[in-house]
Design a protein around this ligand. Structure first.
Ligand code: C5P
Length: 234
């Protein structure tokens, strides 16, 4: 399962902007992440288009609802032929098991399914005060990751700094996908806990999700290739 790769976060608001950005990549087909903004604006057509152009697609919709609803929604995403999708582990093990069921095709294949443990925007203080979770944020992350594994999921989305402890708790085959990546000489922006592609590789994460350091670069293709060189080592 584990295969290091760089996923470009295509945080654009329309199909046209996304496709003209990806048109710059003439000699490679990067793995791309589509988030809520683009998917809600463009609908399934954006997935069909990207798949027909040969891209792998991570559909980042973070589902969280009753098990039956999530199961049916996952069945739709599976038919779209996405390569990777996700949900909130807070929906419970029962919801995650239903998601796996919905996602699994008649031939037994299915997209990679990841759980979001705690969003990186949630601080320990807010988690304890707003959500009344009386534990440390790291214990919560590891507990949710173990729940995801028990439910049959493939891995979690987490900060690069959490990937080590998730691997330790769930095994090295349990996939970690980590945003919050910046070049050592780059702009950090609104991300707080960041690391470089090279450091993410040392930590042992499987995929890094990189948005603005690539999408806002003067030469996005060169920035993408630099990420691949530092993280994958090619
Ligand atoms: O531009 P940047 O590299 O910060 O983009 C990171 C991407 O990863 C964005 O699409 C963001 O929504 C997503 N993400 C994140 N932190 C999380 C989960 C997702 O930055 N905890």
């Amino acid at each position: 399962m584990s295969q290091r790769d760089v996923i470009i976060a295509c945080d654009f608001s329309s199909i046209d902007t996304t496709l003209s950005f990806l048109d710059k990549f003439t000699d490679c087909k990067p793995f791309v992440k589509i988030g809520m903004e683009l998917y809600y604006a463009a609908g399934p057509a954006i997935v069909w288009e990207l798949k027909s152009r040969g891209h792998k697609v991570f559909l980042d919709l973070k589902l969280h609802d009753i098990p039956n609803t999530v199961k049916k929604a996952m069945k739709v995403l599976s038919a779209l032929n996405v390569d990777m999708c996700n949900l909130h582990a807070a929906g419970t093990i029962e919801m995650m098991k239903a998601a796996v069921e919905g996602l699994t095709r008649p031939d037994g294949s299915r997209p990679v399914l990841l759980a979001v443990t705690q969003l990186t925007s949630t601080s320990e203080e807010r988690m304890q005060r707003d959500l009344l979770i009386n534990a440390s944020i790291n214990d919560t992350i590891v507990h949710y990751a173990k729940n995801a594994k028990e439910a049959g999921l493939d891995g979690v989305v987490c900060s690069p700094l959490e990937a080590g402890m998730v691997k330790e708790a769930c095994g090295k085959e349990f996939v970690t996908v980590t945003p919050g990546v910046r070049f050592a000489d780059g702009v950090v922006g609104d991300q707080v806990r960041v690391t470089t592609p090279a450091r993410a590789r040392e930590i042992g994460t499987d995929y890094i999700v990189v948005g603005r350091p690539i999408t806002e670069a003067d030469d996005p293709v060169a920035a993408y290739k630099r990420c691949v060189a530092e993280f994958v080592g090619e």
